[in-house]
Design a protein around this ligand. Structure first.
Ligand SMILES: NC(=O)c1ccc[n+]([C@@H]2O[C@H](COP(=O)([O-])OP(=O)(O)OC[C@H]3O[C@@H](n4cnc5c(N)ncnc54)[C@H](OP(=O)(O)O)[C@@H]3O)[C@@H](O)[C@H]2O)c1
Length: 372
């Protein structure tokens, strides 16, 4: 029996630690991948700090991690797109309710990926570059294309202009970088916000109008630009994004719908282990109050809003539409960029906690990556 190393939570409220796991043979619709690079996301920290509170359905051991790139080492029944030796990237879906499987968590040397949540890596991209994509891409795609969210038309390699503007608040985030590119590929004009230092970055991704979210009169500036234009809705990423998007859309023509990516309270100060309630309780109260306040604001202003769950595309038509149909072609022809660019924090599973801590302290238009 062969084994590999894994970074896991062995039981509720334990800290992440390295353990050994048995290699698993891929089942129908799955591939086994030797991971060469992985990226970290805010949610990975939350699983450790408050996992049993936000994802009580998970059975232990739990292996966090969504973003992986590596070599295919096994192919399950019915998989025709991949062969052993292929280079792939994929959204590791182990934390999804429908999967709930440590073998599908990204923080390990060998992982099981779903065929429909994986794409080939073209030769011009390294594993480190490819690993930046999955959760940012999945969350953006869910926001834009899932029918109960913005429900926009599907992205294409040669889009036809639709004459509508999509607002992506927080365009330099990982989710925002993908939302800009996906919206552009679906034929929408993109208006976005970021810090002034990232203006050229979001323009390179396809944004036509860029505003500084820190400017005191940013909403007035955006409202002025949108006067007489038709909007396709908004993706709200970052602190304060949802309230700003509600206010802007309330004065616009078109789809008054906010896909809310960032919740109204941050759990960044919650650390795992004893004493976590000191930060957790105020964060929870802020979350409850924030959700109520946003709901009332949206209703008062005639704007619809819904929270995004970035992994929900695993179980609907958006997942295969992105990873099987859209991404392989546009990554290969270079019209879709694997962004934000990777910052490699270290090599080996041991580097994951350092990468997560750097993520907590904040990044700007960068994705933190660990090589294996
Ligand atoms: N709902 C879900 O399923 C889901 C999934 C994934 C992520 N998320 C959430 O989405 C957010 C983004 O995650 P990520 O991994 O994409 O983040 P990230 O790349 O780590 O975000 C870093 C970026 O945040 C930007 N930023 C900071 N404050 C901002 C603000 N007030 N408004 C707009 N942008 C701001 C910074 O932009 P500048 O440097 O240009 O200032 C920086 O480039 C987080 O809140 C995360 O928890 C939710």
């Amino acid at each position: 029996m062969t084994t590999h190393r894994v970074m896991q939570l062995s039981a509720k409220r334990t800290a992440l630690a390295i353990a050994q796991a048995t290699d698993i043979v891929p089942g129908p619709g799955e591939i086994a991948v030797r991971v060469r690079a992985l990226a970290v996301n805010p949610f990975d920290r939350y699983v450790e700090a408050l996992g049993d509170l936000i994802s009580a359905y998970l059975t232990y051991p739990v292996v966090p991690g969504s973003d992986v790139a590596g070599d295919v080492v096994g192919v399950g029944e019915g998989v025709t797109r991949f062969r052993v030796g292929d280079r792939v990237l994929g959204h590791a879906a182990g934390l999804e309710k429908s999967r709930n499987n440590p073998a599908e968590g990204g923080f390990q040397e060998r992982v099981l990926l779903l065929d429909h949540m994986s794409s080939p890596i073209p030769d011009h991209l390294s594993f480190e570059q490819a690993a930046v994509l999955p959760l940012g891409l999945s969350t953006a795609a869910t926001s834009l294309f899932q029918r109960d969210l913005l429900g926009l038309s599907a992205p294409r390699s040669k889009p036809a202009p639709r004459g509508e503007v999509l607002i992506v608040w927080g365009g330099s985030t990982s989710v925002g970088s993908n939302a800009i590119q996906l919206a552009k590929a679906a034929g929408y004009e993109v208006l976005t916000t970021c810090s002034p230092r990232n203006k050229a970055y979001v323009e390179k991704l396809g944004a036509s109008h860029v505003f500084d979210y820190g400017a005191a009169d940013v909403e007035r500036q955006i409202g002025k630009l949108l006067r007489g234009r038709r909007v396709a809705g908004a993706v709200a990423i970052g602190k304060g994004a949802a309230a700003a998007c509600i206010d802007i859309l309330a004065a616009c023509q078109g789809k008054r719908f906010v896909a809310q990516v960032t919740p109204p309270a941050s759990f960044d100060d919650v650390t795992p282990g004893p004493g976590r309630w000191r930060h957790l309780l105020p964060a929870f109260l802020k979350m409850i109050y924030g959700n109520l306040a946003l709901g009332l604001r949206a209703r008062r202003k005639g704007v619809a809003m819904k929270m995004v769950w970035g992994g929900s595309l695993v179980d609907n038509d958006v997942g295969p539409m992105i990873y099987k149909t859209f991404l392989p072609e546009v990554l290969a022809n270079g019209s879709y960029l694997a962004m934000p660019a990777p910052d490699v924090v270290g090599h080996g599973l041991e580097s994951i906690p350092a990468a997560m801590e750097r993520q907590r302290r904040g990044v700007s238009a960068r994705k933190l990556v660990v090589t294996l």
